[in-house]
Design a protein around this ligand. Structure first.
Ligand SMILES: Cc1cc2nc3c(=O)[nH]c(=O)nc-3n(C[C@H](O)[C@H](O)[C@H](O)COP(=O)(O)OP(=O)(O)OC[C@H]3O[C@@H](n4cnc5c(N)ncnc54)[C@H](O)[C@@H]3O)c2cc1C
Length: 435
């Protein structure tokens, strides 16, 4: 009997897990999550890499995974420290045969994985569980990936297709008998995030964790049939119904992208396909596209010139940046969106496009400080979707039009014609030191 350690990262779920599906049912599974202190450092910009909002959602998701595993006669070891220091200790203590973990695409995560590999002599096997399609399914090598989305979409639709998807199925191998939690050092003593009740106006109505994510998936499809009108409502700004709100659960892997695709396909079988059901798949393709784009281009995605290398002239002005991030600019629509982000950890896609464009094209600040602020505050923060969308708007990424400038006044007139969204947020008070 072997012991496999699954190191959970952004795959905080039990369903559709290729890394669990390939474990022999006779073997043991040691599930582990590690809170890495490097994720909470203060950036040179003066704010933390991860705000309390994000941390609270993450902590809920990890605790919920532990509770779920316990209900299934397993458990989750939650530790705090550096994975490259803790995993070798666990591997020795529990005679671990191999480590399974999610495949990474971004620089920092890849570096940690390299450190782990260098500190350990057992195999560390990576599994693709984040995207709808695996790298080997793509009709291109990643280094040949098209840089324009339409080309990517057409290639995937033609060569893979969107209407059939198989989820990884498995039973849960037993927890190692030899594992006594009392003997383990570096156990996590959190939660550390300040307890904050859900903001009464928040568009995200659920807590972190797989059950809440699956509940949202079911509600948006079969419950409220939001999926059947998604294309017409997705540019909304207020409430839980205008778009799916799958992103916070997707970002932490509490929902699998494949599972969403399968649910939409099943829904189409039962209730019929239309432009809206297709559009959900279209948006999920954007998500896959940014993941592969990141894999292709690597670290340059964090540089001012993005992967085009075109560096634009920017200003360094901390007061202007503060006015943007705290919702105190001259633009009421931008301010309302920035307040929503600050107070809830979420903002609509329409809002994100406008505030990003405003920072880049009106305030002429370096797009990377905006991306870093989003990284700190968004509960759905995803490295590829965030930095990829910011590069796109700054004209240093995938946009063939180069400079995507949004006229925020015109956008407010179109999407908030009665000013209801602005009224909802502009009068909210904010403690500016609430990290
Ligand atoms: C500047 C900027 C930064 C962004 N940062 C992030 C981020 O950190 N994390 C994140 O998940 N999304 C990010 N997005 C994309 C998008 O705004 C969110 O995915 C979306 O608003 C989440 O709400 P939803 O789940 O209701 O989306 P829906 O409209 O219901 O879409 C369903 C799903 O499709 C995917 N999707 C939709 N639009 C995009 C897009 N433009 N790019 C990539 N995937 C998309 C998401 O996974 C989303 O959950 C960003 C967009 C911009 C313009």
């Amino acid at each position: 009997m072997k012991t496999i350690l699954h190191w959970f990262k952004h795959d905080l779920r039990i369903h559709d897990m290729p890394g669990l599906a390939c474990i022999n049912p006779q073997d043991c599974l040691l599930p582990v999550y590690i809170f890495d202190p490097r994720h909470r450092v203060k950036l040179t910009y003066g704010f933390p890499k991860m705000s309390d909002h994000r941390l609270a959602f993450l902590e809920q998701s990890v605790q919920s995974l532990k509770e779920k595993l316990q209900l299934l006669n397993s458990d989750l070891l939650i530790l705090e420290g550096k994975p490259e220091e803790l995993l070798p200790i666990l591997a020795k203590q529990f005679n671990v045969h191999a480590i399974h973990t999610e495949k990474e695409i971004a620089h920092e995560e890849l570096q940690v994985l390299r450190n782990v590999r260098n500190s350990i002599s057992i195999p560390v096997i990576e599994f693709e569980s984040r995207t709808m399609f695996t790298e080997s399914q793509l009709p291109w090598n990643v280094d040949q990936l098209p840089s324009v989305f339409t080309e990517f979409r057409k290639g995937v639709e033609k060569h893979i297709g969107l209407n059939h998807v198989v989820l990884a199925e498995h039973s849960l191998p037993q927890f190692p008998e030899s594992c006594n939690l009392n003997e383990i050092e570096n156990l996590w003593h959190g939660p550390y995030a300040k307890h904050r009740p859900l903001h009464p106006k928040s568009a995200i109505r659920g807590a972190g964790g797989e059950d809440e994510g699956l509940k949202r998936l079911h509600k948006y499809t079969y419950g409220m049939h939001g999926i059947a009108t998604y294309k017409e409502t997705r540019n909304g700004l207020i409430g839980e119904a205008y778009s799916s709100k799958f992103s916070p659960w997707l970002a932490l892997g509490s929902l699998s992208a494949k599972n969403i695709l399968k649910t939409v396909n099943d829904y189409e079988q039962e209730f019929g396909a239309n432009d809206s059901t297709y559009w959900m798949k279209f948006e999920l393709l954007w998500r896959d596209f940014f993941q592969w784009t990141f894999k292709k281009h690597g670290n340059v995605c964090f540089q001012a010139g993005g992967f085009t290398g075109i560096e634009k002239k920017t200003r360094h002005n901390p007061d202007t940046f503060d006015a943007w991030r705290f919702g105190e600019t001259e633009d009421a629509f931008v301010n309302a969106n920035m307040k929503e982000l600050y107070l809830t950890g979420f903002m609509s896609n329409r809002g994100r496009q406008n505030v990003a464009s405003y920072l880049v094209h009106t305030l002429k600040l370096d797009w990377r400080i905006g991306a870093a602020w989003f990284e700190s505050r968004l509960i759905d923060y995803d490295v590829a979707s965030n930095w990829g969308n910011w590069m796109y708007i700054a004209g240093v990424g995938n946009d063939p039009r180069q400079d995507r400038v949004f006229n925020t006044k015109r956008q407010a007139d179109m999407y908030d014609p009665k000013g209801e969204y602005q009224m909802l947020w502009l009068h909210e008070l904010m403690a500016k030191n609430d990290y």
